[in-house]
Design a protein around this ligand. Structure first.
Ligand code: SAH
Length: 353
């Protein structure tokens, strides 16, 4: 048995079954044996690949959208340029390169990376070189300034709880033990006030997921944007309202059982954007498919310009990346974008209200 599995088994023996969120938090974030704490999971040799790792175009367009939002809000002369869960730092590096020519933007930017993984902080320090760059444990530690922030495939990595409807009540899915093996069980049914609105669109047996951590992080960044100005761009897979069991484990680009190898596989769930929107005290944009968003920002023109300098395999890879980012059968529709902005401010380009 691995050290992390032993830790989980002894916790369950001592305290009884744990919520799916508690299990995810230990698997992903355990300081010694957690998935993110111990490795760089990204890229072809890793477990999964993300949009900024596929093409520089993704980060460039996000950077220009944030810079336009900064200009639209009067170009505040000191602001926080932040990323939540920056992975290898590729997205932030592309944001900074693409915005070099935006007058005053770099002088005003205080670059902050919110990252809990020590292993990934080290990678980020190699990729993003910036005077005074700061790493933060949580969004609450960001400086109190206008906040322009991007989060790509961050909210899907946050722990979710899962409940199954029974009458007007819910049974929570719990990770317990069958002998030595981890197994899913159900709690006794309980009333859950925060899920009142889900009684409208669910039936007996339906599973609903919610992420208390995701909602509180959204509330924190939305609160700062309402107070100081700024904009958040949230990009992730999911939908306006999530329904059903979307909890998944991925290892070496293949799906596996989330209970099979704790700490060795990536665990994610689809993002419920409605829950994030309900949590913020500021405006939120219409939820927009990633493909539509990138097309509106001019990805095709950028792709054509970049293609001129490429040939052979590099050209093929570039064309494939453009397609993967935008095509409805690839990431184009599954991935969505939503922005938070202060009351009275327009959403960043590519999005509408
Ligand atoms: N945004 C990157 C990486 C996505 S992977 C990309 O698009 O390539 C998820 C990232 O979120 C990792 O950097 C992981 O370490 C970080 N992360 C996960 N949970 C976190 C938390 N609670 N607080 C801060 N960072 C977290």
């Amino acid at each position: 048995m691995t050290a992390l599995k032993e830790h989980l088994v002894s916790q369950i023996r001592a305290n009884g079954p744990m919520t799916v969120a508690e299990y995810m938090a230990v698997c992903l974030m355990h300081p010694e044996h957690g998935y993110y704490a111990t490795r760089d999971p990204l890229g072809t040799a890793g477990d999964f690949i993300t949009a900024p790792e596929m093409s520089q175009m993704f980060g460039e367009l996000i950077g220009l959208a944030l810079a336009q939002a900064w200009m639209d809000q009067g170009a505040p002369e000191a602001f926080v340029l932040a990323e939540l869960g920056p992975g290898r730092g590729t997205l932030m590096a592309d944001v900074l390169r693409a915005t070099k020519g935006v007058a005053g933007f770099h002088d005003a930017a205080r670059v902050n990376l919110v990252e809990t993984s020590p292993a990934l902080r080290q990678v980020q320090a190699q990729t993003v070189t910036w005077p005074g760059i700061a790493w933060r444990e949580s969004v609450g530690d960001l400086p109190e300034l206008p906040l322009f922030v991007v989060a790509n495939e961050f909210f899907d990595a946050l722990p979710v709880r899962q409940v199954q409807r029974e009458g007007e009540r819910w049974r929570e899915r719990l990770v317990g033990l069958e002998g030595e093996a981890l197994a899913i069980g159900l709690s006794d049914p309980k009333a859950m006030a925060p899920l009142e609105h889900r009684l409208e669109d669910t039936r007996d047996g339906d599973i609903v997921e919610f992420s208390p951590m995701g909602e509180s992080i959204a509330a924190e960044i939305g609160g700062r944007i309402a107070k100081h100005g700024g904009a958040a761009l949230i990009v992730d897979y999911g939908d306006w309202r999530s329904l059903g069991d979307t909890w998944q484990a991925v290892k070496g680009h293949e799906a596996t059982d989330p209970l099979a190898e704790p700490g060795r596989a990536d665990l994610t769930a689809h993002v419920d954007f409605e829950a994030l929107a309900r949590a913020v005290p500021c405006r939120y944009s219409r939820l927009t498919p990633q493909g539509v968003f990138l097309e509106r920002l001019g990805i095709t023109a950028r792709a054509q310009a970049l293609a001129k300098g490429l040939e052979g395999d590099r050209l093929e890879t570039h064309i494939a990346a453009h397609r993967r980012l935008t095509h409805p059968h690839e990431m184009g529709t599954l991935f969505k974008v939503m922005a938070f902005t202060p009351d009275g401010a327009a959403p960043p380009p590519g999005l509408d209200t």
